[in-house]
Design a protein around this ligand. Sequence first.
Ligand code: ATP
Ligand code: MG
Length: 593
Amino acid sequence: MTSPADKEPPKPSNFLRQVIEKDLEQGTYAQRMWGGSPGDAAHHQAGRSDPARIRTRFPPEPNGYLHVGHAKSICLNFGLAGDYGGVCHMRFDDTNPEKEDQEFVDGILDAVKWLGFGWDANGTEHLYHASDYFDFMYRAAEYLIEAGLAYVDEQSPEDMRHNRGDFSKPGTDSPFRSRSIDENLTRFREMRDGKLADGAAVLRARIDMASPNINMRDPAIYRIRRATHHRTGDKWCIYPMYTYAHPIEDALENITHSLCTLEFEDQRPFYDWLLDRLSEGGLINKPHPRQYEFARLNLTYVITSKRKLKQLVDEGHVSGWDDPRMNTIVGLRRRGYTPESLRLFAERIGVTKSDSWIDYSTLEGALRDDLDPKVARAMAVLEPVKLVITNWDALMGAGFQDVCSAPINPRDPASGKREFKFGKELWIEKTDYEEAPPKGYNRLFPGNKVRLKYGHVITCTGATKDAAGNVTEVQAELIPDTKSGTPGSDAVKVKGVITWVGAADAVQAEVRLYDRLFAVAQPDTTDKDFLEEINPDSLKVVTAYVEPALAQAKADDRFQFERHGYFVADRKNHGVGHVVFNKITGMKDSFAK
Ligand code: ATP
Ligand code: MG
């Protein structure tokens, strides 16, 4: 519920805001009672009027690390609750015992907190686990059986599938559909007590085998699965199905607006059916939570499936869940994304009701807009070649180091200045010298004048090459009285300005240049195995030289390396004596030729 106090313009309208505003206006949920914790009808009825105007929830399954798509859902659920005087519950949808793990639970909580949200509202921690509701879910299932609304089906899975029919063919009743209530109850208890083998039977809701919505053709609501659950251990050998569990979780928690992605649209009729039956039976209160679907985030060059992200990790295609190329929240964080940039991104993409692809540049744009006004600038040479000022000793004296300065952040005059040295030997980018320059090239080539940014103007005189023809050193002569910021320094006109660092005080750094992990814009949308779409050049590691001040950088410190883009000191590997930067993203405009 704690929405970060962003100083951003008013939130754009979206259809969910309209729904909520209408509900608030009409007082749809105004009469609700809240028992102080999740619970059944009696529990809430004994409580007080619900202090939360709306309740939303973020309900991940703890079977992996969260990704950028979840960030959208987190910002949406926590953001709306914060904006409308509500509460957002952090809920682990841990009804599937097999794939869940405490490591993922911890990772998910970290990610939500890092994004700037919390589940504490006026001293109450709204952190819940669906597995805490297993007793209620079981009780509700017995209620459905007793009301003639559920039965134990012992058809083989093949028969069950076959008898469900399809879009053009209505389903066929199971021979077990007309069992007596007593027989169903006995059999269901036998399921619970471990008397039946895994898969031997399921409990199904009895609705309508001819429904045009296949989800309403007696959906399975409980299955037998002997698996140790990460919280309930071996207490249960039957587990509720997601479609059954989710509406109940929402109802017990007094959720008002249950937001999910579009693929659940067809399940909404069952969601409503189940809650109607349970409130008729007095197990839950009215008004019910309501489900609203929005378009999931599809981001170009990115995969948003936990299962596939897990495969990338397990098969070693990346170094881990937090590999900076991963679009997991831990990966984006290590890459250098800020919580503010992800929230800004979520705000900009908004919520719609139809699926579309968001261009990756939208995410990078949000990042630049967040970082540009607040991060320090620095010069860095990523592909270094030595530049020697051949007239330095004669002009300045051997060993002399001139001190140059530049604003720490030109967007923030209060940020102050940074200093670095200009001497006889400097590092420049290899690509800033061309023996035979292409047309329009204004950087170093024999005879051309160039300004070394924040420093002096030089005239290139030539270069030395090795036997293979590679340039190993560039030579130039300094033009006196051209130092930036000194009177008359602009008397000599130049067309090119290049970045550099001083050989005497530059700091060596390992710089990891990341590119997109997938080579195609919409990975995993064709028959092709998504692993074949991995970009083989997604990581290039270079030994660079950076400004001396960066020796003091701490992990997670972010910089704009002038003309190269945004970089962050790697939170895992950067440390004293080992300077490691990750490229977050490039500059918006490529450096002028
Ligand atoms: P996956 O299939 O990758 O495991 P999921 O949808 O099963 O994803 P959950 O842990 O069930 O993952 O998701 C938690 C919440 O995040 C759900 O409410 C879900 O709708 C939402 N969510 C997941 N992926 C996206 C996405 N790409 N865009 C928006 N919301 C998403
Ligand atoms: Mg899921």
